[in-house]
Design a protein around this ligand. Structure first.
Ligand code: XBP
Ligand code: MG
Length: 256
């Protein structure tokens, strides 16, 4: 029996609802600062989320909606600088108003640490953003809770490619069967599943209707005592919220 050793968390949409009121707002502020009249409203941003990675998302938007745009400098450089501006606005936004963690996230981090499970992050977003979210939602000490923070451009192919999970497994020297992943999107599920890792999904308004084929469990959120989670697919047994015993059962360990 392979024991569950490591919980690997996606960041955006899974730890916190960062997309609509965080990244999207930061993109729009960056567009205004560099003087382009682009605006990503809530619905358009939902479509653009099909492409992971901020730089990749800007390029996708240009290909689809701004074919006449001629950048003042080479396009790669223009996008990279625009994206740096966006990251500055995103970190500022977190520092000024914060974005809370989703239900059950902090509780699960604490339980995992108490019960000797390792924590890691595998995300498409930029490393500064991971640090800023952990720092502003929990505190700087939380950065030490994660044995691997795999983020952004450390791999060439972003989710739905499995590369970021492969990278994380390699850094941690873990087998996929020793881990469970937590994701909010179909792209994230594909990445985890293709890396051979079982995945629990907590949906949000942008991802609720996506195809989560291959996920072990799909929930509305991780739940808290007194705030039970709802199952969208899979089996929660008698559990009202996600805890380590449930994860061990899902992973295939006999905890009886
Ligand atoms: C979500 C993403 C990211 C963010 C924006 O990543 O696709 O691109 O939307 O962040 P995940 P950047 O769900 O894997 O955490 O602009 O820094 O890419
Ligand atoms: Mg996500």
């Amino acid at each position: 029996m392979v024991k569950l050793k490591t919980l690997i968390f996606d960041l955006d949409g899974t730890l916190a609802e960062t997309e609509r009121d965080g990244h999207r707002v930061a993109f729009n502020r960056a567009f205004a600062e560099v003087g382009v009249n682009w605006h990503w409203d809530v619905a358009l941003y939902g479509k653009l989320l099909a492409i992971t990675g901020g730089k990749e998302r800007i390029r996708y938007y240009l290909d689809l909606y701004q074919q006449d745009f001629r950048p003042p400098i080479a396009l790669d450089k223009f996008i990279a600088e625009l994206h740096q501006t966006k990251t500055r606005y995103y970190v500022e936004l977190l520092e000024e108003q914060g974005i809370p963690l989703r239900p059950g996230v902090l509780r699960l981090f604490n339980l995992a640490r108490e019960q000797g499970l390792q924590l890691a992050i595998a995300t498409t977003t930029t490393p500064e953003n991971v640090m800023a979210l952990l720092r502003t939602s929990i505190g700087s000490h939380a950065l030490d809770w994660f044995d691997c923070i795999a983020a952004g451009d450390v791999v060439r192919a972003k989710k739905p490619a499995p590369d970021i999970y492969d990278y994380c497994l390699q850094k941690l020297q873990r087998e996929p069967a020793q881990c469970l992943a937590f994701e909010d999107s179909a792209n994230g599920v594909r990445a985890a599943v293709d890396a051979g890792i079982k995945v629990v999904v907590t949906v949000n308004d942008y991802t609720r209707e996506e195809d989560f084929t291959g996920a072990a469990l799909v929930l509305d959120h991780l739940g808290e005592p007194g705030q039970p989670c709802r199952v969208l697919s899979g089996d929660l047994d008698d559990f009202e919220y996600v805890d380590i015993a449930l994860l061990q059962r899902l992973h295939g360990e006999n905890t009886a």
